[in-house]
Write a protein that binds this ligand. Structure first.
Ligand code: KG4
Ligand code: ZN
Length: 339
């Protein structure tokens, strides 16, 4: 069984082919970052139009690079939500139509399930059950994972997602969009102990997150500083430490609550080195382990969608001929896959 995966939920057009017997055959990605950078964020209509331009050539590129032909594809998986509705519709319409033309089933994939399963593409993948910390530009979720499709959301963000907080703080420090990786790089030059930011919602029980206050705290700290290069780096450092510390505290609580010993970190912010280091230390201390995908599979990619699609198709799940785009969609609504 070979599955074509398509991802177009936000500002990356991504395609991959996954084979039951050989694993990931190939993948390709086109990032729209340059298109949106001058607006300081993703412009939905521009994103949809660019997906229309780039998606089919990218599918062709993956076929060319892998030597696989359309006759060998046994199913198509496309991201059907959550995300920008216009962007999702491009992938959903294209995926559904290709599957119809090729006479194979199509399956609609939840973007965050894709992120959650991405570590399965790496050596030494996690065994079920495990805890997952999903940290992206749109979501901050702590999830108890029993198996594929059996998800219990333990914690969620009540305001900004963690990636969004990184990006907004980066913008106010004068870094270009999306500033998460640039802010993390700047933090490496920061001095420990110069500024101290709050650890939001850690002073009360529960596993929910709130990051919008940190951005305001960063703005006020920046305004009150002398606005030197070192001030900027020190604020970046203090911000990153506060975010990472908050996530470590919540993960420690989630481990205590569930007794689970494996922690998966995925989504774009999962590429953050400091977060990986600190959560690695936490799970060492707990006698467990952390698993994460390689950095390029932390951020949006087609491989995670092809893999999730393969799992669902091989268990007999597929969609009707309708085109499914779900801008809002909870992980808890997904059907379980029987292993
Ligand atoms: O998963 P993703 O590619 O897209 C969404 O599903 O949202 O995540 C993108 C987010 C952006 O906010 C980006 O700034 C952030 O992940 N990000 C990082 C790092 N790399 C990407 N944030 C902090 N440190 C990083 N190294
Ligand atoms: Zn994502």
């Amino acid at each position: 069984m070979i599955v074509l995966g398509i991802e177009t939920s936000c500002d990356e057009t991504a395609v991959a082919l996954y084979a039951a017997d050989r694993g990931l055959l190939g993948h390709a990605l086109y990032s729209q970052i340059d298109l949106h950078a001058r607006y300081g964020g993703v412009v939905p209509e521009l994103a949809s139009r660019d997906h229309v331009r780039k998606l089919l050539p990218l599918v062709q590129q993956v076929f060319d690079n892998t030597g696989i032909t359309k006759n060998e594809v046994s199913g198509v998986a496309y991201t059907s939500g959550p995300g920008l509705v216009g962007a999702l519709l491009v992938g959903a319409t294209t995926g559904r139509s290709l599957a119809w033309a090729w006479g194979v089933p199509a399956v609609a994939i939840h973007h965050m399930e894709g992120h959650l399963l991405a570590p399965m593409l790496e050596p030494n993948p996690p065994d079920f059950p495990f805890l997952a910390l999903l940290v992206s530009g749109g979501h901050t979720l702590l999830v108890e994972v029993e198996g594929i499709g059996s998800y219990r959301v333990l914690g969620d963000s009540i305001d900004d997602a963690v990636g969004e907080a990184f990006d907004k703080t980066a913008t106010l420090l004068g870094l270009s969009y999306p500033g998460g990786p640039a802010l993390a790089a700047l933090a490496r030059q920061g001095t420990a102990g110069r500024f101290r930011f709050p650890r939001p919602m850690t002073d009360r029980p529960g596993l929910d997150f709130s990051f919008s206050g940190l951005k305001t705290f960063a703005l006020n700290t920046w305004r009150e500083s002398s606005r030197s290069g070192q001030d900027r780096a020190d604020i970046a450092y203090a911000f990153e430490e506060a975010v990472v510390d908050t996530m470590v505290i919540k993960c420690r609580r989630a481990v205590a609550l569930t007794g689970l010993q494996t922690l998966v970190i995925a989504g774009g912010v999962g590429a953050n080195q400091r977060l990986r280091e600190r959560l690695g230390e936490l799970m060492d201390a707990e006698g467990g382990r952390v698993c994460y995908p390689r950095p390029e599979f932390c951020t949006d990619n087609g491989a995670m969608i092809a893999y999730a699609g393969y799992q669902r198709l091989q268990s007999g799940q597929y969609e009707s001929l309708s085109i499914k785009a779900m801008p809002r969609w909870s992980l808890e609504e997904l059907p379980a896959v029987k292993l």
